[in-house]
Write a protein that binds this ligand. Structure first.
Ligand code: NDP
Length: 610
C-alpha cells in the first residue's frame, strides 16, 4: 500500500535507510568510473554515425563573423538569436551529419522527450509549430531542430561531419583561427562552443566484450539496417533473434517496450533498477492550443522553471511528475542543504513516500513476484534520473521477456563469442544492445581534444588547471571573443534546453552590443572573473553527503560523490534575473571599447595589474 509521508513511522524510516545503504554497498565497485570503456580505438565502431554518409568536400579557408561549434539546441538557439540580431555570417559546425545534437544521435525505437514538449521544444511560437503530443517523439523533436535551422537560414553556412581540432587566438587581427579534421583552416571573429554534456557513448569494460561475434551496437547509434523498422517500432529484423539489452536507465525504459514488441526473445540485464512513474502522454488538445495567447510559451517555460526551482508562482501551468516532485529534485543540486533539520526530515519522509509509491507501482504491474522484487528501486528519488513509462514494467509480463538482475556481480561479468555471462549463468544471444549511457562532461574544450590557445599562447586547460574560471560561466580572461555554453559556473535545470536558450540570448545580446558600440573585443577583466568564481564558491550548497549515500551512477561519479562549487546555487531563475540585470548595465567588465580597456586586459594578463 502506498504510504504518505505522515504514515511512515520512525522504525520504517530506519529500515528504509538501512536498505538504501545496503543496496549502495552491494553495487559499489572499487574501479568506480574506470569500469567503463570509451567508444574509440578498437571500440570506435560503437560511435560511428549510422545515419548519414560523410560526403567529401574542399577545405574551408574563409572568414566568418561567428563560429558555433555544436548544432544541438544550444548551438541552434545561439545561431538563431545571433542571426535575428543581424550578425552577418554565422557558421554552425557539428560532427553529426545534420543539426539536432542529442536528437540527431538518439533515434532508438521509442525515443521521446521526458519533459513536456510545450516547454522543452524551443521557439514554438517563433516557428509557428505546435507539438502533436504532450511528450513528443525524438523524431518530431529532431525535425523541429531542422525547422529552426531552416527558419533562421542556418543551413546556408552549416558544416556537418566536421570536428574542430584546434583554436588559436590571433592577436594581430583580433580573431580566431580554427582547424578541423577536414583540413579546414578558417577564421572567425567570435567562437561559441556548445558541444553538449552527454555525447560520447560509453561501454562497460566487460571481460571478453571484444570477442562477441553476434551483432552489437549502442542505443545512440541504432542500427536499423539490422533491426529493421524505425523509431516508431516495427523492428521486423528481430523477429527470430535473441536480443540482450544491457542497462536499465532512461534510455532502456524507452527501448524495452519497442523491443518486446518485435524480438523473438528479449533478455534485459539490469544492475540498478530505475524508478518508473506514470507517463500519461496524450495528443495535444486542439482547443487548448487554439486558446493560447502570444507569449504563452515563454510564460509556461518560466513557470515550469520557477516551480522546479522553488520560486513562488501564482499558478501551476504544468502539472506532471516533475512539478509534483520539485522539492525532492533540489536534493540533487543542493542535498537540501538549505533546509533546517526538521524540514530536512520532512523532505526525507516525502522522498520515502514517493519511492514507496513507485515500489508499490511495480507490484501492481509486474505479475511475477521475484521479477517485481528485482525491479524495485531502493534509493532516494534523485539518486538516479527519474523514469517514466506506461509500458516498461508491463513488458516483463510477456513470456519472451526476461529480467536478469546483475547487482550481486556488479554487472555482467564476461562475454564470449555468443554469450553474455553473469557469474556462472550464461545467456546465448544473437544481438547485444548497450543502453549504458554516456561519458560525462567531456566537451572537447575541457577534455583537451579541442586545444584552445588564447592570448600570449596560453592554453585554456592550463588556465583552468585549478578549476574553471569564468564570468557567469560564459567567458574567460585571456580568451577574447570565446563563449562557452553548458553547465559550468552557472545554474542548471532538468529542462536543459531552457537553460541553453537563456545562455544563447545572453551571448547574442553581448555580441550585438559589442558590434553596436564598436568594441574591438569581448573579454572579461580578471577582476570580474575572480569575483564570479568567488560568488559561485560562496553561494555553493553542498550536496556531497546526499550524493555519497546514493547507489552508484553517473550522477555521483559512480559512488565517489561529486565535488560541489560548480554551479550558482540560488538556482536558474535567480541566475537569469542576474544576467538580465547585468545586460541592463554598460557591460564594462567584458567590452573592450578603447585602447585603455585593451591596455588594462594586457597588463592583467601579464600579471602586473589587477
Ligand atoms: P544511464 O547512464 O542512465 O544508464 C546506463 C545503464 O547501464 C544503467 O542502468 C547502468 O546500471 C547500466 N550498466 C552500466 N554498466 C553495466 C554493466 N557492466 N552491466 C549491467 N548494466 C550496466 O544511460 P541512459 O542512456 O539510460 O541515460 C543517460 C541520460 O540521458 C539520462 O540520465 C537522461 O539525462 C538522458 N535521457 C533523457 C531522456 C529524455 O527523455 N529526456 C531519455 C533518455 C535518456 P547502474 O545504474 O547500476 O550503473
Amino acid at each position: 500500500m502506498p504510504t504518505g509521508p505522515d504514515r511512515i513511522s520512525p522504525a520504517e524510516l530506519t529500515d528504509i535507510r538501512q536498505r538504501y545503504a545496503a543496496e549502495r554497498a552491494r553495487r559499489l565497485r572499487p574501479d568506480g568510473a574506470r569500469q567503463y570503456r570509451s567508444a574509440n580505438g578498437q571500440f570506435g565502431y560503437y560511435a560511428k554515425d549510422p545515419y548519414t554518409e560523410r560526403a567529401p568536400r574542399d577545405p574551408l579557408t574563409d572568414r566568418v563573423e561567428v563560429l558555433v561549434i555544436g548544432a544541438g539546441f544550444g548551438g541552434l538557439l545561439t545561431a538563431a538569436f545571433l542571426t535575428r540580431a543581424g550578425v552577418p555570417s554565422v557558421r554552425m559546425m557539428d560532427e553529426a551529419g545534420d543539426v539536432g545534437g542529442t536528437w540527431y544521435w538518439n533515434r532508438y525505437p521509442g525515443v521521446r522527450c521526458d519533459i513536456e514538449s510545450y516547454v522543452y521544444m524551443p521557439l514554438l511560437e517563433e516557428t509557428g509549430y505546435m507539438p502533436t503530443e504532450r511528450y513528443a517523439t525524438g523524431e518530431e523533436i529532431r525535425r523541429h531542430a531542422v525547422r529552426i535551422a531552416e527558419h533562421y537560414g542556418l543551413y546556408r553556412d552549416f558544416v556537418s561531419h566536421t570536428r574542430a581540432t584546434a583554436m588559436t587566438w590571433d592577436e594581430s587581427l583580433d580573431e580566431w583561427e580554427i582547424t578541423t579534421d577536414r583540413g579546414d583552416r578558417f577564421r572567425a571573429r567570435y567562437v561559441v562552443t556548445s558541444s553538449g554534456t552527454l555525447t560520447q557513448p560509453k561501454l562497460p569494460g566487460i571481460p571478453g566484450i571484444e570477442s562477441f561475434a553476434g551483432h552489437t551496437f549502442h542505443t545512440s547509434r541504432w542500427d536499423y539496417g539490422y533491426t529493421g523498422g524505425s523509431p516508431a517500432g516495427g523492428l521486423s529484423g528481430l523477429a527470430d533473434k535473441r536480443v540482450a539489452v544491457v542497462g536499465t536507465g532512461a534510455t532502456a525504459l524507452q527501448i524495452v517496450p519497442a523491443l518486446a514488441e518485435s524480438a523473438g526473445e528479449l533478455v534485459v540485464f539490469q544492475r540498478t533498477p530505475s524508478s518508473v512513474d506514470v507517463r500519461d502522454n496524450r495528443p495535444t488538445d486542439p482547443e487548448w492550443a487554439a486558446s493560447l495567447r502570444p507569449g504563452w510559451q515563454r510564460e509556461r517555460m518560466e513557470n515550469f522553471l520557477s516551480v522546479l526551482s522553488g520560486e513562488p508562482v501564482h499558478e501551476l501551468l504544468v502539472t506532471d511528475a516533475w512539478t509534483a516532485t520539485a522539492d525532492l529534485q533540489r536534493n540533487y543540486l543542493t542535498g537540501a542543504a538549505e533546509l533546517d533539520d526538521q524540514r530536512r526530515l520532512r523532505n526525507e519522509l516525502e522522498d520515502a513516500a514517493t519511492m514507496n509509491r513507485l515500489r508499490s507501482r511495480v507490484d501492481e504491474i509486474v505479475a511475477d513476484p521475484a521479477t517485481a522484487e528485482a525491479l524495485k528501486p531502493w534509493y532516494r528519488y534523485m539518486c538516479k534520473r527519474p523514469g517514466f513509462s506506461d509500458h516498461y514494467l508491463q513488458a516483463f509480463n510477456l513470456p519472451h521477456v526476461r529480467l536478469v538482475d546483475t547487482a550481486d556481480t556488479h554487472g555482467i561479468t564476461a562475454m564470449s563469442a555468443s554469450e553474455v555471462c553473469v557469474g556462472d549463468d550464461r545467456y546465448e544471444v544473437d544481438c547485444v544492445i548497450f543502453a549504458t549511457g554516456f561519458e560525462t562532461g567531456v566537451s572537447g574544450v575541457v577534455s583537451g581534444t579541442l586545444p584552445v590557445v588564447g592570448r600570449g599562447g596560453r592554453s585554456l586547460l592550463e588556465t583552468w588547471a585549478f578549476g574553471p574560471r569564468t564570468l557567469h560561466g560564459f567567458f574567460t580572461h585571456g580568451f577574447p571573443n570565446l563563449f562557452q555554453l553548458g553547465a559550468v559556473q552557472n545554474a542548471n535545470s532538468v529542462n536543459f534546453v531552457h537553460i541553453l536558450q537563456e545562455q544563447a540570448e545572453h551571448i547574442a545580446a553581448i555580441v550585438a552590443r559589442a558590434d553596436a558600440e564598436g568594441a574591438s573585443r569581448v573579454e572579461p577583466t580578471r577582476e570580474s572573473e575572480a569575483a564570479w568564481v568567488q560568488t559561485v564558491r560562496e553561494s555553493s550548497r553542498d550536496s556531497s553527503a546526499f550524493q555519497a549515500a546514493c547507489t552508484p551512477g553517473y550522477y555521483n561519479a559512480e559512488g565517489v560523490g561529486v565535488a560541489s562549487g560548480f554551479s550558482y546555487s540560488p538556482g536558474p531563475v535567480a541566475f537569469h534575473r542576474l544576467l538580465a540585470d547585468w545586460r541592463e548595465g554598460d557591460m564594462a567588465e567584458v567590452l573592450v571599447r578603447s585602447e585603455e580597456d585593451a591596455r588594462v586586459r594586457e597588463a592583467e594578463h601579464a600579471g602586473v595589474a589587477g
